[in-house]
Design a protein around this ligand. Structure first.
Ligand code: PLP
Length: 433
């Protein structure tokens, strides 16, 4: 198991943020999401320090869908990031967490009327429009309220990035945005630009997630700049911002080869500068929206090991007290992870296990075939690199209580989300009369 951030072994026990994982279990129980605050901050700094240019303003927008709660928003705001939200719920969390509304980008392919009213009444900085219907809703609300809304249009540059098909988002048949090859896209831009209630500022794309080949990002950036230039010159309007989305791949297992981030980000900026300069094209802001690459490796999940069972075929199942309800990624797209036994962190790896949860689904697998020390009931299983798309995708299936979230740093811990209780599970139920 690869160590990240402040992870270290002390007396054969895993410590994160200077706190023993055993003491975290005692205090908060399991399953438990643990976030290494310093590790997250370090990643943020890498993005801010390397994605910058003296030719235009750069913005790093944290994609809150990866992992969000009030503590996280506080941190994101304090670190000077912008924030991307995709629903009224994420917007509510962002505002309650103290994010300045003008620093929020609101995404989504089917924003509801009441969500748009909420965003507009709270003066969200930028709404990223997905389609014409949505533009009409925004225009109607803006006209009624006599306000002017800053918008970007999500476009699809038709880049088929190599990643799992469920997280590709810019194939020609993707549900997101409008194709740059479609005349209707230009017509919509013209319409929005002529609308007095709309401040049409530019375009956005996001080509997918967990992408390791820089050529897809570079091709998308070039296509986006070219498209922005074409519409600026042909439609006689002013493109102020190009948002290139997120999707930078991260390490889960040895098969993943993430970018050297400083090198990649500097090369990305240079390519953008060169393309702009080749066209003699000026843009005020270039933004990116990393989620996974900021938070994933800062997060670990711990479980208590229960039964260990050998099938007639010789498969060794290791059962834990969570499962696909706290981490649905293997069930969704066969995601792979490494793992360790936190209280035997330096013991020799002697046995191959399939880690499975306690849910009534055969697909309730967390890891297939992982080498671990000899496990016993009561041991603590740790799965690192679970900071993104785990807590945010968790569910109450089978009446599972969502786990707690704790942040650790400098030998201290702070609870950020309480473990749900049985009462939480029936909080919204209405008994039969
Ligand atoms: C519009 C948009 N921006 C940013 C992201 C963040 O992607 P990642 O977490 O892979 O960086 C996503 C993820 O789906 C997205 O849809």
């Amino acid at each position: 198991m690869k160590f990240f951030g402040t992870m270290e072994a002390r007396n054969n026990e895993l410590y994160i943020g200077g706190v023993g994982v055993g003491s975290l279990r005692e205090k908060f129980g399991t399953p438990l999401y643990i976030i290494d605050e310093e590790s997250f901050k370090e990643k943020v700094q890498i993005f801010i320090d390397n994605f910058k240019s003296d030719k235009f303003e750069t913005r790093v927008i944290y994609a809150s869908k990866a992992f969000t709660n009030l503590y996280m928003v506080n941190l994101v705001a304090e670190l000077g990031l912008y924030l991307d939200v995709v629903s009224g719920g994420e917007l509510y969390t962002a505002l309650k967490g103290g994010m300045a509304s003008e620093r929020i980008y609101y995404h989504g392919n089917n924003k509801l009327y009441d969500e748009l009213e909420f965003a507009i009444s709270d003066a969200v900085g930028t709404i990223v429009v997905d389609n014409e219907y949505e533009y009409r809703l925004i225009s109607k609300i803006a006209n009624r309220d006599q306000v002017r809304i800053s918008i970007l249009l999500r476009v699809n540059p038709g880049i088929e990035a190599k990643t799992h098909k469920y997280i590709q988002t810019a194939k020609h048949d993707s549900k997101f945005g409008m194709s740059i090859f479609n005349e209707k896209t230009k017509e919509l831009i013209e319409k929005m630009n002529a609308d007095k209630c709309i401040d049409f500022r530019g375009i956005h794309c996001h080509i997918g997630s967990q992408i390791f080949d820089e050529k897809f990002f570079f091709a998308a950036a070039q296509a986006m700049i070219q498209f922005a230039y074409d519409i600026e010159t042909k439609l006689n309007l002013d493109i102020k911002e190009i948002n290139l989305g997120g999707g930078f791949g991260v390490y889960y297992t040895e098969k993943d080869e993430p970018f050297n981030l400083p090198e990649f980000l500097q090369k990305y900026i240079r390519l953008i500068e060169e393309k702009l300069s080749a066209l003699a094209f000026n843009v005020e802001i270039i933004s990116i929206e990393p989620g996974r690459s900021l938070i994933n490796n800062a997060g670990s999940t711990i479980y208590t090991i229960g039964g260990i069972k050998e099938t007639i075929t010789g498969l060794q199942y290791l059962f834990v007290d969570g499962g696909m309800t706290d981490n649905p990624r293997h069930a969704l797209y066969q995601a792979a992870y490494e793992a360790g036994i936190a209280n035997k962190i330096n013991d020799e790896l002697v046995q191959e296990y399939t880690v499975s949860g306690k849910l009534c689904e055969t697909g309730d697998i967390l890891i297939k075939n992982v080498m671990l020390p000899e496990a016993s009931p009561g041991d603590i299983l740790v799965i690192p690199s679970t900071g993104s798309y785990n807590y945010s995708m968790s569910s109450n299936y089978n009446g599972m209580k969502k786990p707690a979230v704790v942040f650790v740093k400098n030998g201290e811990c702070q609870l950020a989300v309480k473990r749900e209780s049985y009462d939480d599970l029936i909080r919204n139920d209405v008994a039969r009369k």
